[in-house]
Design a protein around this ligand. Structure first.
Ligand SMILES: C[S@@+](CC[C@H](N)C(=O)[O-])C[C@H]1O[C@@H](n2cnc3c(N)ncnc32)[C@H](O)[C@@H]1O
Ligand SMILES: [Zn+2]
Ligand SMILES: [Zn+2]
Length: 608
C-alpha cells in the first residue's frame, strides 16, 4: 500500500479533522491498519443497572427525524464504558448517525455506514459542524425570498378582525369517498361527522349523504381531498385558541382551487417512483410518487425552497440547509394528522413515524411555519453540538453495506454498536424515498437486511443476511472487545432469529442484556409486544473463552411456565414487561433457543 501521509493517529486528528477534511476509504483503511497494532485495553462487560426514563427528545434529538432513532446519550454511556481515547467505534447500520454523535461527545473515533443515502445524508449532517450564525443568516435570506414570492398562497381574511393580510396557519383536508351504492362523492368530514370527530369520536363507518347507505371507509373508493376548515394566524388581533378556526370563504376556496391548477415553475422530483411495501398502502389514494405526498400548494413552496437551497455556493451550509429541508419534509406532508386534542396547536401536529400513513383528516401545515421552527431547532442544535463535540476525533461516514466491510482490516475495531432492521418491522428503503427523491440518490436495495416480500426476501433470507453482517463484525472486531446490539422488537420469533444469528457468527461467549425503557408500567396486563416503550441492548464479547451452546428445549412451554412461577415467587408485583424481559434473558443465559410463546395466554392459565 502507498505510504500513508499521516503516521500517527494524533497526526491525522490534527491534520484531518480539525479542518473537517473528508478522509478517503484508502486513508481510513490505512489508519485502521495502524489501529490493529494498538493493544486493546482489558474491559469488562457492562453489568450496571438497566437504563430508565431515557427520553427520545431534546434539541439534538429533534434536529432530524429517523425511524427507531436512538438517544445518543444512551449510546454515549456505552461508548464511554467500552472504549478508551483513540479507540475506533463502528456502526454499519448507522441510520441517523446517533452512534456518531455519541462517539463525538465522548471523543472517540467512529465509522458510520448505512445502505441508505438518506441515512448517510442525516448522519453526515449530524456529525459535521457548521458555524450556526451564517447558517441562520443564509436560511433567513432564502426564507424571506420564498416568503415574498409565495406567501400570497396562504393569505386569508381574518374572520375576527377583518384583517385582509391574515395567514392560513394550516388547512384541514378531508378525504372524499365514492359511495359504494350510489357512487356519489361523500365527504368524510362533513358537518355532522366533523363535529363528532372534534369530540374525539372515531368514525370508520359512514352514512352516504345522498342515498343514506352505510359503508366502511376502508372499503370505499377514494376520490379526492377537500379543504373543510382553516386555522388563521392574524398579527393584528392575534387570534388564538378555538377562535383560529375558520370555515373557508368563497375567496379561500377559489384561491385553493387556483393553486391546484397551477404549474410549478421549479424542479421537483417528478420521475422518482415509490417502491417497497410501505408506499403500497397509499396506492388506493392514487399515490405512486413521493411528490404526491404533498398538497399542491406545499409542493410548490417546497420546490421553491429546494431550488434556492441548491444554488447556495458554500457547500457546508448548503448541506445543512438540505438537512433542514429533509428534516421538515414530513411535517409539511399529507401525513400530518389532525387530532382533536391538538386541534389548534401548531406544534401539536404529528405523523405516524416509520410509516407513510395518510390519515383521512389531514392538518396540512403552512410550510413556512415548520421550516422556521426547524431552522431554530437546527440552529440551537448546532450550537449545542459545538459545545459538546470533542474536536480531535475522526468521524468517517460512508454509504455501504454491513455485509461487506471490505475496507476495514481484520481485528482493527475496538467497539461495535449496531441497531439493524428487525424483520419486516419498518420498510426503510420504501419510506426513505421521500427524502431520496429530493436528494436524487436512490438506495440500492440488493443488500438491504430486511424481510420483504417485495424484494423477495423471506425471514430466512433476513436471518442469513444478519448472520453475514455479524460475521463481518466478528472479523473486524479486536479480540476481547465488545459488540452491542440493540433489539427494539420483542416478538419471540425475532429473539430467536437474533439468538441464532449471533451464535452462528461465533458470538457465544460472555454477553449481557440490559433493558432501556422510557416509561415504567405498573399493570400486569399492559401487553406491549412491540416494545414501543422499551428496547434491549445485548452486548457480546469476542472471545474464545467460556463458549456456550444453544439448544432446543424438549418442552419449551413447560420451561417457560416453570420459570414464570419461580420468578413470580420472588417478584410477586412484576409487570407483564418485567416477566417478559426476565424470560428472554433467562433463555439466553441457559442457552435455550427461544420459541414462539404467548405470555398473555400463559399468564391467564396461571391465573395471575
Ligand atoms: C434501525 S435503523 C438504525 C437507526 C439508528 N440506530 C438511529 O438511531 O437512527 C437500521 C438501518 O439499517 C440500514 N440497513 C439495512 N440494510 C443494511 C445493510 N446491508 N448495510 C447497512 N445498512 C443497512 C437501514 O437503511 C436503516 O437505516
Ligand atoms: Zn350513496
Ligand atoms: Zn384578526
Amino acid at each position: 500500500m502507498k505510504q500513508m501521509r499521516f503516521s500517527t493517529l494524533a497526526d491525522i486528528s490534527k491534520n484531518g479533522v480539525y479542518q473537517n477534511k473528508k478522509l478517503s476509504k484508502k486513508e481510513m483503511c490505512g489508519l485502521l491498519s495502524l489501529n490493529t497494532k494498538r493493544r486493546s485495553h482489558k474491559k469488562k462487560n457492562f453489568y450496571g443497572d438497566d437504563f430508565f426514563d431515557i427520553k427520545k427528545s431534546g434539541t439534538i434529538y429533534n434536529m432530524h427525524i429517523y425511524w427507531t432513532k436512538q438517544n445518543p446519550f444512551v449510546i454515549a454511556k456505552l461508548v464511554h464504558h467500552y472504549t478508551k481515547p483513540n479507540d475506533f467505534v463502528l456502526d454499519a447500520f448507522c441510520g441517523s448517525g446517533m452512534t456518531g454523535v455519541a462517539a463525538k461527545i465522548v471523543g472517540r473515533n467512529v465509522i458510520l455506514i448505512d445502505l441508505s443515502p438518506s441515512a448517510i445524508h442525516i448522519s453526515r449532517n449530524y456529525t459535521t459542524l457548521t458555524d450556526p450564525e451564517p447558517f441562520k443568516d443564509i436560511f433567513t435570506k432564502i426564507y424571506e425570498d420564498v416568503y415574498k414570492e409565495l406567501i400570497w398562497m396562504f393569505r386569508t381574511k381574518c374572520h375576527i378582525c377583518g384583517n385582509e393580510n391574515a395567514l392560513v396557519e394550516s388547512t384541514i383536508l378531508s378525504d372524499v369517498y365514492a359511495c359504494p351504492y350510489c357512487s356519489k362523492g361523500v365527504i368524510y368530514g362533513n358537518e355532522q361527522r366533523w363535529s363528532s370527530l372534534k369530540t374525539g369520536a372515531k368514525i370508520k363507518t359512514i352514512t352516504c349523504d345522498h342515498c343514506t347507505s352505510k359503508f366502511n371507509i376502508k372499503d370505499a373508493k377514494f376520490l379526492r381531498r377537500t379543504p373543510i376548515e382553516i386555522r388563521v394566524r392574524c398579527n393584528k388581533c392575534k387570534v388564538s385558541g378555538k377562535n383560529k378556526i375558520k370555515k373557508l370563504s368563497k375567496e379561500d376556496m377559489e384561491l385553493y382551487k387556483k393553486i391546484e391548477d397551477m404549474r410549478i415553475p421549479y424542479p421537483y422530483p417528478e420521475d422518482v417512483r415509490f417502491f417497497g411495501w410501505e408506499p403500497k398502502r397509499n396506492i388506493k389514494k392514487g399515490i405512486y410518487y413521493p411528490y404526491q405526498m404533498f398538497s399542491k400548494r406545499n409542493l410548490y413552496v417546497l420546490a421553491a425552497f429546494w431550488d434556492k437551497i441548491n444554488k447556495i455556493e458554500n457547500k457546508k451550509i448548503k448541506e445543512k440547509l438540505q438537512f433542514l429541508f429533509t428534516g421538515a419534509l414530513f411535517n409539511v406532508s399529507l401525513m400530518v394528522r389532525w387530532h382533536h386534542k391538538y386541534d389548534v396547536v401548531v406544534t401539536g401536529t404529528r405523523t405516524r413515524k416509520g410509516t407513510l400513513y395518510i390519515p383521512p383528516i389531514i392538518n396540512d401545515a403552512n410550510p413556512f411555519i415548520p421550516f422556521k421552527v426547524k431552522s431554530n431547532t437546527i440552529y440551537r442544535g448546532l450550537k449545542k453540538l459545538l459545545e459538546l463535540y470533542k474536536r480531535d476525533s475522526i468521524c468517517f461516514v460512508e454509504k455501504g453495506s454491513a455485509m461487506h466491510l471490505g475496507f476495514i482490516p481484520d481485528a482493527s475495531i475496538d467497539y461495535v454498536y449496531y441497531d439493524p432492521p428487525y424483520g419486516s418491522n419498518i420498510d426503510y428503503s420504501g419510506i426513505n424515498l421521500m427524502w431520496e427523491a429530493w436528494l436524487n440518490d436512490i438506495v440500492d436495495t440488493k443488500e438491504e437486511v430486511v424481510e420483504n416480500v417485495d424484494q423477495g426476501k423471506t425471514i430466512e433470507d433476513y436471518k442469513n443476511m444478519l448472520i453475514r453482517s455479524f460475521k463481518e463484525v466478528h472479523r473486524v472486531l479486536k479480540d476481547e472487545c465488545f459488540f452491542s446490539l440493540v433489539f427494539s422488537y420483542s416478538l419471540p420469533l425475532m429473539w430467536r432469529v437474533v439468538q441464532e444469528a449471533s451464535f452462528n457468527a461465533d458470538f457465544k461467549s460472555d454477553f449481557n442484556i440490559i433493558t432501556v425503557s422510557s416509561k415504567s408500567k405498573t399493570a400486569v396486563q399492559s401487553v406491549s409486544l412491540k416494545a414501543q416503550q422499551r428496547f434491549f441492548i445485548i452486548t457480546f464479547k469476542k472471545s474464545n473463552m467460556h463458549m456456550r451452546t444453544l439448544k432446543k428445549c424438549p418442552d419449551f412451554n413447560e420451561y417457560i411456565t416453570k420459570n414464570i412461577k419461580d420468578f413470580l415467587l420472588s417478584h410477586p408485583e412484576s409487570t407483564y414487561d418485567k416477566i417478559y424481559d426476565y424470560l428472554v434473558k433467562k433463555c439466553w443465559k441457559d442457552g435455550v433457543l427461544i420459541e414462539n410463546f404467548d405470555l398473555a395466554k400463559v399468564l391467564t392459565t396461571l391465573q395471575v
